[in-house]
Design a protein around this ligand. Structure first.
Ligand code: HBI
Length: 98
């Protein structure tokens, strides 16, 4: 899996405004805030299934109605298209209400 170039990252993040780039690490992160714990956990359940299906797993934490997600491709040591696709999917799931 090829690491994304800086230009490719810039282009991808233009479509993912809620995500922040950690350029030193080659990772992107965002916080999701839901109505309550149940909605947050429903989101995590759906994302967990996506992660398993795509063999690509987030670094994430949950406190009540908040879920912090960080994406990077460990095998590549930075950001790849898998991370961008994952972020896009996760934003879609969150929009649909967890
Ligand atoms: N998840 N984020 C992330 N990055 C990886 O490199 C990765 C993964 N999940 C599974 C996985 N790699 C496996 O394909 C390898 O560990 C074999």
């Amino acid at each position: 899996m090829k690491k994304l170039s800086f230009q490719e990252i810039e282009q991808a993040l233009a479509q993912l405004p809620a995500w922040e780039l950690d350029s030193a690490r080659g990772a992107i992160s965002r916080r999701y805030t839901f109505a309550d714990f149940s909605q947050a956990f429903a989101f995590m359940t759906r994302i967990a299934l996506y992660a398993e299906k795509h063999d690509h797993h987030p670094e994430w934490s949950n406190v009540y109605n908040k879920v912090d997600v960080t994406l990077t491709t460990h095998d590549a040591g930075g950001l790849t298209q898998r991370d961008v696709d994952f972020a896009r999917h996760a934003d879609g799931v969150a929009q649909a209400g967890g």
